[in-house]
Ligand binder design. Structure first.
Ligand SMILES: Cc1cc2nc3c(=O)[nH]c(=O)nc-3n(C[C@H](O)[C@H](O)[C@H](O)COP(=O)(O)OP(=O)(O)OC[C@H]3O[C@@H](n4cnc5c(N)ncnc54)[C@H](O)[C@@H]3O)c2cc1C
Length: 436
């Protein structure tokens, strides 16, 4: 089971792992190494932080327990989603006009940064920008969607509402009553992007070490010592970018996030006829269900469908049955299609649906908790963390840094999530019937 990168370093049998050329060489750390900045974790947050810090001239060492892209970064649906779950007005109310506006800009423009990096470093990851479609599953979810469009339009973003016919044509299913198109969004192949970002970080001068799990972090005089099994990094600053895979390294941080598992399946390449009907223009989509479904068509015509599942990562096909059932419900014509790949990974949720930047000690920060929107957001967060490590004031961060707040009864989250999932499923099913 791929839950602990230091014990199970192989990638899951995902479509992405099967179709991505190998990443750059990242030999394990060997002996002691001094650096200005040590980045722990080689997902999008850590790779982007290492890249931006090295570009700005810092001496950077990144240690990764397995290989860059091993975690959620190399397993996700590749959807570049602009904005946070909360609407812009809510963010400005909550953080004040100035900081709230900066946070809105940060989240809305996160996909821009990804497309810029892909173009600048010629990362071969199939990046495309046809837009992200948020599909409305029932009448109860419609006002919130209309409000979201109105608020972003008021800030100059070209979002548009889609009526029942428009969304049916765009997605190739009549399961949804309406939708929203956000043209800022798009898709990329996530593992290829992670490996490309790793290469870009190395070209900028960062040293990347795979198979180097940080086991302990200690403060010695004015430096941090990050111990791995084959050597130590002695650094002035540390960025912990382990997100949903944080585990024992920093338990107060791990207990401040809720790791849940997201499951995906990918079909065999579909016939030209089906490809012309399902997501014909290359949009990517997720829906407004509480237990959301997300789906896209890959360049080679495989339909990839994902959603929440068992709290722990499970390999048995039975744990994916509900994802396959969702696919057949949305697209009955795929019922005969073979499923070639099944895989899962961990997403870090937060109670208030906001990402978190934590200040963990002098010169030590963490960033994570993207609530399933981390492809673009983690890349942008990595840049902000690098700027902060480079001396920008903490005030310039998109979110005010906080201390990690461990969630009460974190150890009992399994049963609690089980009850919450059953309840959400009931509401989703009920609401989906309303409006047909
Ligand atoms: C199945 C799935 C589908 C998703 N779909 C989407 C989507 O379509 N769009 C979207 O925006 N988001 C999606 N997400 C979420 C997105 O993938 C994450 O938000 C994002 O990848 C987070 O990146 P990260 O760098 O913070 O964490 P990760 O990519 O998880 O990286 C953390 C890294 O830390 C390493 N690590 C852990 N412990 C140590 C240690 N002690 N020492 C060194 N290294 C360590 C791990 O090996 C791992 O590589 C999805 C996630 C999953 C799992």
């Amino acid at each position: 089971m791929s839950t602990d990168p230091s014990k199970h370093s192989e990638l899951p049998d995902s479509l992405w792992a099967a179709t991505t050329p190998s990443g750059p060489s990242c030999p394990p750390l060997s002996g002691d190494r001094c650096a200005e900045l040590c980045v722990i974790g080689g997902g999008f947050t850590g790779l982007s932080a290492a890249y931006h810090a090295a570009e700005a001239g810092a001496d950077v060492v990144l240690v990764e327990a397995a290989e860059p892209g091993w975690g959620a970064a190399g397993r996700n649906g590749g959807q570049l989603i602009p904005g946070l779950k909360l609407n812009p007005d809510d963010l400005e109310r909550r953080f004040g006009a100035e900081r709230g506006r900066r946070l809105v800009d940060f989240a809305g423009s996160a996909p821009d940064l990804v497309f810029e990096l892909v173009a600048k470093h010629q990362i071969d990851c199939g990046a495309r920008r046809q837009g992200w479609v948020h599909a409305v599953h029932g009448r109860a979810a419609l006002p919130q969607e209309e409000e979201r469009v109105r608020q972003w339009q008021a800030r100059g973003a070209a979002l548009e509402m889609l009526d029942r016919d428009q969304i049916a044509a765009m997605l190739g299913t009549d399961e949804y009553i309406a939708g929203m198109l956000d043209p800022r969004g798009g898709w990329l192949q996530p593992l290829a992007y992670a490996r490309g970002l790793a290469r870009a970080a190395q070209s900028a001068g960062a040293s990347l070490h795979g198979m180097s799990p940080a086991a302990q972090i200690e403060r010695n005089a004015d430096r941090w010592k990050i111990a791995t099994p084959s050597g130590n990094v002695i650094a002035k600053q540390v960025l912990i970018c382990t997100n949903a895979y944080t585990e024992q390294l920093c338990s107060r941080l791990a207990r401040s996030l809720i790791p849940v598992t997201s499951y995906q399946v990918a079909t065999e390449p579909l016939s030209d006829e089906l490809r012309a009907r399902i997501l014909p223009k290359g949009h990517v989509s997720s829906d407004t269900r509480r237990l959301l479904r997300y789906f896209c068509m890959t360049p080679e015509g495989r339909l990839v469908m994902g959603g929440r599942g068992h709290i722990r990562e499970r390999e048995g096909r039975e744990f994916y049955a509900h994802i396959v059932a969702s696919m057949h419900q949305l697209y009955p014509e795929t019922a005969g299609a073979r499923i070639d790949y099944y895989w899962s990974g961990r997403v870090a949720l937060t109670l208030d649906h906001l990402p978190k930047i934590c200040e963990l000690g002098p010169g030590m920060w963490s960033g994570g908790g993207y609530n399933g929107r981390g492809v673009a957001m983690a890349t942008a967060m990595g840049r902000s963390l690098a700027e902060c490590a480079g001396g920008a004031s903490a005030d310039s961060l998109p979110l005010p840094p906080t201390k990690p707040r461990p969630l009460p009864l974190h150890g009992l989250r399994g049963p609690a999530i089980g009850v919450a999932v059953a309840w959400k499923l009931l509401l989703d099913t009920w609401e989906s019937r309303d409006g047909r």
